[in-house]
Write a protein that binds this ligand. Structure first.
Ligand code: PGA
Length: 257
């Protein structure tokens, strides 16, 4: 039986103290489920203290971003080399990085490779804007983002790569995609991965959904064919809501309503 992967993306929220408090509450509210991997992506400043605070059998850590070079004169940047051993995962190409900070294809591909080089699992985020969707370009956008993001990645490397389908129009908008939309996008993503890496990799790759996931709609995605977990922004900032989603993920795999 597969596992669900549930990632909390705190974005640029919470002070060090608030983050620690949230994790403390979350630990109290959650049980250790063998069926669910729970991953926290706090801001950089929280990573070290949370690494000491968390029960590592319950939570893993994820970076929200990093620079692809290993070291050098890159003021203000943090490398995958520096994150090695501290985080198990890193988001790559989140739509806020693409749209606010201008990250594009080639750079995103280099980040995926840097993460793999340093034993960090990249969570490559892909998704179309509202306008692209309106123009019927969703599949083309997913194709282009996967081709650029996974350039120079081998089939063997793909064991460590996770794909998150995050339609830009659904992120932080309260306007989530339907499970049907997500099933189609996941199928398209797997078709493209099959084309690039073969059928086995396409079957095995974990595909997550993200975009206005809440306690109320989480189950719908978790029960959707081809979906292996969730990337959660807003709802992950509330211990009770995030704990409820973790429980839902467990129930979804154990077949309970
Ligand atoms: P949201 O964010 O859940 O607040 O929509 C998701 C994300 O950006 O990863």
């Amino acid at each position: 039986m597969g596992k669900h992967l549930i990632i909390a993306n705190w974005k640029m929220n919470l002070t060090i103290h608030e983050g620690s408090l949230l994790v403390h509450k979350l630990s109290e509210l959650t049980q250790n489920h063998r069926t669910v991997d729970v991953v926290l992506a706090p801001g950089f400043l929280n990573l070290q203290s949370l690494n000491l605070q968390i029960d590592h059998s319950k939570f893993k850590l994820c970076a929200q971003n990093f620079y692809w070079r290993d070291a050098g004169a890159f003021t203000g940047e943090v490398s995958a080399n520096q994150l090695r051993g501290l985080v198990s995962y890193a988001l790559v190409g989140h739509s806020e990085r693409r749209h606010i900070f201008g990250e594009a294809g080639r750079e995103i591909g280099r980040k995926v490779q840097a993460a793999i080089r340093h034993d960090i699992k990249p969570v490559l985020c892909v998704g179309e804007t509202a306008m692209e969707r309106g123009d019927g370009e969703t599949n083309d956008v997913l194709h282009d983002q996967l081709v650029a993001g996974l350039a120079n990645v081998t089939s063997d490397d793909m064991k460590h790569v996770i794909i998150a389908y995050e339609p830009v129009w659904a992120i932080g908008s309260g306007n989530s995609a339907t499970p049907d939309d997500v099933e189609k996008a996941s199928a398209m993503i797997r078709r493209q991965i099959q084309h690039m890496f073969g059928a086995q990799v396409a079957r095995d790759v974990q595909v997550l959904y993200g975009g206005s996931v809440s306690m109320d709609n989480a189950r719908g995605y978790l029960d959707t064919k081809g979906v292996n977990g969730l990337l959660i922004g807003g709802a992950s900032l509330h211990a009770d809501q995030f704990a409820s989603i973790i429980k839902t993920a467990h129930q979804s795999l154990s077949g309970k309503k």
